[in-house]
Design a protein around this ligand. Structure first.
Ligand code: T68
Length: 826
């Protein structure tokens, strides 16, 4: 029996069924040994740790499959509305611990393995970290998949099965080096290949008009190139296994893997060219998170997975319900950013050309089915494609986009919008070489458009979608991001989970809002001490990792001040490094001050083509090398750059942080989700009024979060006035001193960072000079609080207690109610 979307469909109901698996440790121990023997072919006496990992994974997987088949059967029986989450990225990380935790098997597995003298904590580290995403956007998709399964939403993730995920980062001579990532090298026990679930995807070719007697003329697309999309399904286990949803990732394959004519005539290489060309589509994830990649292969990837997913959705609907007019009652499709936005045109093509629907009805259905999440306002990240390229690759979809555009412009004209505003909403940017604007396409093809924090949503209305918002004022709504408390509290911080359970009972595991019960314990010295003791143990573990990987010894009693995220100018790691340099100078020149010991920890990857971001990594490493080797700072300051930040490293870092740096230039971080993970685990935040920090301030309270700097409005005003940094720098001796020591070669040969520094003296686009003083003062206030462990501990407990609203369960329930009209279990 196979776990397909149809579940029981193809299985004779009377056929004997496997007995449901038992979950006690004896049964698990027996099965793990069986897997080891019969699935892997190893003897327990000679098995390596990898073999134990695989055997354990297979035993756990059997239990998941039981729940998976049951969930699919329930979906089919109820006919409930399904939510299809289309995303280029799913940054899921490791799955074993998540599955074990959500199935409630943690203790049983631990005991089962101990019978063989195997430690689960050690073998689970061998699972590759599935990095099919760049950062926040991809990780959000992963948290949403888990929360859909946990809140009872019949959710289906659709994406790409990249052979190579996000690159592995090494730091060599202080600089980022990118290495290929090979997560599938040793096979992937979590995926099920579904060869029967394959769809043809076309590219290029021509559109011809067909006229048949007695019928209206139709357009037919005859692609020049056709390839296959093959499905691979991964089960996503919800809390308590109540529901197991499917993540369906598409892999590209040639229709005709070996060209037999060529092969027979001796051209063995030529015979495989087509296969290679087809497969290249799903070979690698683009590693750019905040600027437009713009290459043809990227557009091919986008269309490839969009078309495959829509064909699959339509096939399923027709099979179940027979008729596409009911599609919006049965399916909601969420576009995760504009990467799948070509789906709007492809859905129209499928409905009109393939399923013979009329334009108006097709357009009505399309709008009802789709909704779109925007994740950025950065102009350099907004997707547009040259009309020429689009037309060559997707000629029929381009025709449809023109037709949609004509209709929107008619609607705009009728509602009285003037010419300038109409140009702004047009799907075609006529400005810089004609380009298709994917944001506009996603917007007009959707009934709901959402931002990912309250501030971001307001800015969307005022900036990128100002005119479309005026035309369709009811469409934009806010859905503040969240993160799953299963992975980001229970699994990554078992000691905290045990402490919370001891203090307020286990109810928070089923309903995270109950964690609010800790609030009353913030002033209980006994509890606070235990809370900070958990923090210390987590810091000791991280200190060990730092020692092992970098041979830097850090004191777990120092404040762990952490900034981990993609490296980008707007996220302002540079501001943080400048503060480290300033602190280094001040510690040496003012030994009389009671400086508080700090370890500044950085991690994150730069897009390979982003020169300034790579310079920032280089600078962090240069600064770290010099400061860590200088005995005159007396261990009051250490700087650490941990290479290869990924989900698994985040799981170690979040529980071990005292201070979380969320210091983006206001107005530029759409939401942030790392900020939430830190605060849930009891770190205090230093941050700007940006993204979800604004809402965190409301929930946590101003006494427990450290906000500084210009507001989004002030940033916009300063930028409009063209105010640069020179005057500010010259009036700030601390800042000037730090910049001088960077320029004059304290950390490297002089001039290495002159480009970064000149930018501050020049337009200071990211407001680093403008915000430095406020940042510095706020850091010193934090030093004062750190000196008082009672004050710090109280705030830390309040953070954990008051973050429940930022659970992705809350986000998903809001999407389900306001956008998808989909059922949730609770
Ligand atoms: C992030 N965006 C936002 N983009 O920066 C962050 N972009 O504020 C927000 O919390 C998060 O999305 C979730 O909403 C991204 O992560 C990308 O990764 C990306 C990838 C490809 C192209 C463009």
């Amino acid at each position: 029996s196979e776990a397909s979307f149809e579940g029981v469909d193809d299985v004779a109901m009377a056929a004997p069924k496997p007995a449901p698996r038992r979950n006690d440790s004896a049964a698990l121990a027996k099965e793990i040994a069986e897997k080891l023997t019969y699935a892997i072919g190893k003897d327990p006496a000679t098995a390596r740790r990898h073999d134990w990992l695989e055997a354990t994974t297979l035993a756990v997987r059997d239990r998941i499959v039981d729940h998976w088949l049951a969930s699919n059967a329930r979906n089919n029986a109820s006919g409930a509305k399904r939510v299809c989450y289309l995303s280029m990225e799913f940054l899921i990380g490791r799955l074993l611990r998540d599955a074990i935790n959500n199935l409630g098997l943690s203790e049983a597995i631990r005991d089962a393995l101990s019978a063989y003298d195997v430690e689960i904590d050690l073998i689970e580290l061998l699972e590759p970290d599935a990095a099919l995403g760049n950062g926040g956007l991809g990780r959000l998709a992963a948290c949403f998949m888990e929360s859909m399964a946990s809140t009872g939403v019949p959710g289906f993730g659709y994406g790409i099965r990249y052979v190579h995920g996000f690159f592995r980062q090494e730091v060599v001579d202080g600089q980022q080096v990118e290495l290929p990532e090979t997560w599938l090298e040793h096979g992937n026990p979590w995926e099920f290949e579904r060869r029967e679930r394959a769809f043809e995807i076309g590219f290029g070719g021509k559109v011809t008009m067909i006229e048949e007697a007695g019928k209206p003329p139709r357009q037919v697309w005859r692609p020049a190139e056709r390839i296959l999309a093959v499905a691979y399904d991964t089960p996503i286990v919800g809390w308590r296994g109540a529901r197991v949803n499917t993540l369906r990732l598409w892999s590209a394959r040639a229709l005709d893997p070996i060209l037999l004519d060529a092969f027979n005539s001796g051209d063995h290489i030529g015979a495989l060219l087509e296969a290679n060309r087809a497969q290249s589509i799903t070979q690698v994830l683009y590693p750019a998170d905040s600027h437009l990649a713009g290459q043809e292969l990227r557009l091919r990837q986008e269309f490839f997975f969009s078309s495959a997913s829509l064909q699959d959705i339509i096939r399923h609907h027709l099979k179940r319900h027979g008729d596409l007019t009911t599609l919006p009652d049965k399916v909601a499709i969420q576009l995760n950013d504009t990467h799948p936005a070509v789906s709007v045109a492809e859905m129209m093509r499928l409905l009109i050309d393939v399923h013979a629907m009329g334009w108006d009805q097709a357009w009505d259905i399309t709008k009802k089915v789709f909704s779109y999440t925007n994740h950025t306002l950065l102009p350099e990240a907004l997707e547009t494609w040259p009309v020429n390229l689009f037309e060559r690759l997707l000629p029929r979809q381009m025709q449809i986009i023109y037709a949609i555009n004509a209709q929107i412009i008619r609607e705009a004209t009728q509602s009285g919008l003037d010419g300038g505003k109409i140009a702004a909403i047009s799907l075609i940017d006529e400005g810089s070489g004609r380009r298709v604007r994917m944001g506009q396409l996603a917007f007009v093809g959707s009934h709901a458009i959402n931002g990912v924090s309250a501030l971001h949503t307001e800015l969307m209305k005022k900036t990128v979608f100002h005119n479309l918002h005026e035309l369709y004022p009811e469409r934009i709504q806010n859905k503040t991001n969240g993160v799953t408390p299963r992975r980001w509290i229970m699994e990554c911080n078992p000691d905290l989970t045990a402490l919370v359970t001891e203090a307020i009972g286990p109810g928070f595991k089923d309903d995270i809002t109950k964690i609010k019960g800790l609030d009353a314990l913030a002033t209980d010295a006994g509890f606070r001490d235990k809370f900070m003791a958990v923090k210390l143990r987590n810091k000791q573990r991280l200190a060990k990792t730092i020692e092992e990987r970098l041979a830097i010894s850090v004191d777990p009693h120092a404040m762990f001040d952490v900034q981990v995220k993609r490296i980008h100018e707007y996220k302002r790691q540079f501001l943080n490094i400048i503060e480290a340099v300033a602190l280094y100078d001040q510690i040496r020149s003012h030994p009389e001050i009671a400086w508080q010991p700090r370890v500044k920890i950085f991690a994150g990857k730069a897009a390979p083509s982003y020169a300034n971001a790579k310079q920032i990594i280089h600078l962090a490493n240069d600064v770290a090398r010099v400061i860590n080797a200088d005995p005159s700072v007396q261990n009051l300051l250490k700087v650490v750059f941990l290479p290869n930040y990924n989900v698994s490293l985040a799981e170690q870092i979040m529980p071990a942080a005292d201070l979380s740096e969320q210091i983006s230039t206001a107005g530029l971080e759409a939401s942030g989700t790392g900020n939430m993970k830190f605060a849930m685990n009891g770190a205090l935040t230093i941050g700007t009024l940006d993204g979800a920090n604004v809402e965190m301030l409301e929930h946590i309270g101003e006494d427990n979060i450290f906000i500084f700097g210009l507001t989004a409005e002030q940033v916009a005003a300063r930028r409009a006035n063209g105010q640069g940094g020179r005057e500010i720098i010259e009036n700030s001796p601390i800042l000037k001193g730090a910049l001088d020591s960077i320029s004059h070669g304290v950390f490297s040969e002089p001039g290495r960072y002159s480009n970064l520094i000149d930018n501050l003296y020049g337009n200071d686009w990211w407001m680093i000079a403008a915000d430095f003083e406020a940042y510095w003062q706020t850091q010193r206030r934090l030093d004062t609080v750190w000196q008082d462990p009672t004050a710090w501990g109280t705030k830390a407990v309040h953070n954990t207690a008051r973050m429940a609203w930022f659970s992705s369960d809350r986000s998903i329930r809001e999407y389900a109610k306001d956008i998808w009209s989909a059922p949730t279990g609770a």
